[in-house]
Ligand binder design. Structure first.
Ligand code: SF4
Length: 240
């Protein structure tokens, strides 16, 4: 199964795609298999520091790279902070690093990353023009779903990234990202196709399918394109 070209008819062509890269092994539409065997959390998750909201980019990056606030620090190769334009209009937020991201230290690499790049190009955006980050900065072992305590421990970093970027739009890619950002357990199929607000920031948020899921379910690309068109309209004409 190759990566289909994404092309906005009035704009740019998508790049050539390599079939050699790995497909991320997440399960955007499935339940959390790990959750069934996870022991109840009896203590409050560790917090990375009360001053996160005051840090600049370099201090924030440095804090993340040294973070030991949750157990994922023991199995990571390196943290995956985020990449892109720190003044971007679009902030793309995914779930967590996979094996390739853990090795390279950059979010959305491999085949899913290439498809994300093509999706952005279809919107007239190069990867470098947006900012790309994840809910978690460290890879969950075996690409399992993030655990609630890990999300809570890592949340201050993402919130600070959002505050520094002040994007016009958040594009939440995949069930895990969308549900955590919107603090709900609504299926991704019901979260997509509409404009949400990101908590009390008021930033418009559009949810869509994860590119790894689209690689496995190419028939859903049509709906993802509809979501991207909605995202473009939202940036061009922000809701009142
Ligand atoms: S996932 Fe986040 S909170 Fe956990 S160790 Fe990594 S950076 Fe720290």
């Amino acid at each position: 199964m190759g990566i289909l070209r994404w092309q906005r008819r009035d704009r740019v062509a998508s790049p050539d795609m390599s079939d050699g890269a790995r497909v991320l092994a997440d399960q955007p539409q499935s339940g959390n298999q790990d959750a069934a065997v996870t022991a109840p959390v009896t203590e409050a998750p560790a917090q990375p520091g009360s001053d996160i909201a005051t840090l600049d980019w370099e201090a924030l990056r440095s804090r993340v790279s040294a973070c030991t606030a949750c157990a994922l620090h023991t199995s990571r190769t390196q943290t995956v902070f985020g990449v892109g334009n720190p003044s971007a209009d679009w902030l793309v937020i995914g779930e967590a690093p996979g094996a390739d991201e853990d090795k390279q230290g950059e979010p959305f690499v491999g085949r899913a990353g290439q498809l994300l790049n093509a999706m952005l190009l279809a919107c007239g955006l190069k990867r470098e023009q947006v900012y790309i980050a994840n809910i978690l900065k460290c890879r969950p072992p075996n690409n399992r779903d993030p655990r609630p305590e890990e999300v809570i421990s890592c949340e201050a970093y993402l919130m600070r990234q959002i505050a520094l970027i002040q994007p016009k739009l958040i594009l939440a890619v995949g069930r895990i990202a969308a549900q955590n950002l919107l603090q709900c357990d609504t299926p991704i199929g019901k979260l997509r196709g509409q404009v949400h607000r990101f908590r009390d920031t008021g930033i418009p948020l559009v949810a869509t399918y994860h590119p790894a899921y689209l690689l496995r379910s190419p028939a859903e690309k049509r709906k993802a394109w509809q979501d991207l068109q909605l995202a473009m309209r939202t940036v061009d004409e922000p809701p009142a």
